[in-house]
Design a protein around this ligand. Sequence first.
Ligand code: 6MZ
Length: 363
Amino acid sequence: MEWCLSMPKVELHAHLNGSIRDSTLLELTEGLVGKGVIDISEVEHIIKKYNRSVAEVFKLFDLIHILTTDHETVTRITREVIEDFASENVVYLELRTTPKRNDSVGMSKRSYVEAVLKGLRSITSVDVDFIPHCEDSKSLFSSVPAIGHVRKRIYVRLLLSIDRRETAEAAMETVKLALEMRPFGVVGIDLSGNPSIGDWATYLPALKFAREQRLYVTLHCGEVPNSVEIKNMLDFRPQRIGHACHLEDEHWRQLKSSKIPVEICLTSNIRTLTIRSIEVHHFGDLYKAKHPLVLCTDDSGVFSTSLTEEYKFAADSFGLGRREMFELSRNAIEYTFADSKLAILFRSVPYPRLKSVVEKKKE
Ligand code: 6MZ
């Protein structure tokens, strides 16, 4: 586990509210139970379950959203999630979240994203870089006196998610918001939400608009069997797809020839029973085929995992050694939606040294 923990890692598929700490989830639940807003006997089984079907996961999200939908909590969760990723040596994080409107607490999609940004700014335990082009490579590489304790640095970019329950208009609002928030590190759009509901075509105008405006697009694709949707999503040629669990032979052929990178979420797929067992997980086949891949957590809180554990899980399950895992992590840089300057910077560092270069020594 030690080398998986210490190696620099790149996380490209993490949902903010799915990455909530257990302790925070429990604390927020107790708070609302205390206020009589929710009844613990009704939610206990949702929180404590270990393996959850896809449908049960979305019941948990409904509960999490009841607990987290005010500005202060969104800010707090953002801070905690980023601290947690930084603590396990994630050097670049693309964090995704669905901007939400909640009239009862005066929340608009915009103020939701502002609360996320406030969370990013409020972190003091690690250095957080989230505004593109805010730093040139010179200042990153300039060496600070090598005494005192090491401060970690994490580069964070944001993706705004469209939930499959939303209307076409709400999706368009999210894309316009992403454009407005681009100067603060929003780099793309994700389509997610319960894969068994809604029709992805509803969001095509918004997704096409995002692409025209040069926002990157990633789609949750094939989390449940849906042959037509999978084919249409692959035809759309997003910059990345997430999951890719239920592709059929012709889809695999199309995916492999398209070279669209796949965000792989091993624990999530196994726990939700989307994939029968790790032995038959498509990671093995795609890895052998040298298809662009990136290991991700999906929802580290909901699935009690971490990126370190995902690397260990992949190494143990597919017989990969340190060198292969390093390579996998380094290659992920190629699939980020980062501004080219940052990508060049990351590429220019010998990968094993990346962590120490990114870290800053404080006097
Ligand atoms: C599809 C998922 C997901 O946006 O409130 N989400 N969508 N498949 C998954 N696999 C298990 N895991 C999370 O984070 C929670 C939201 O992310 C999406 C769902 O829309 C969920 O409500 P945010 O920060």
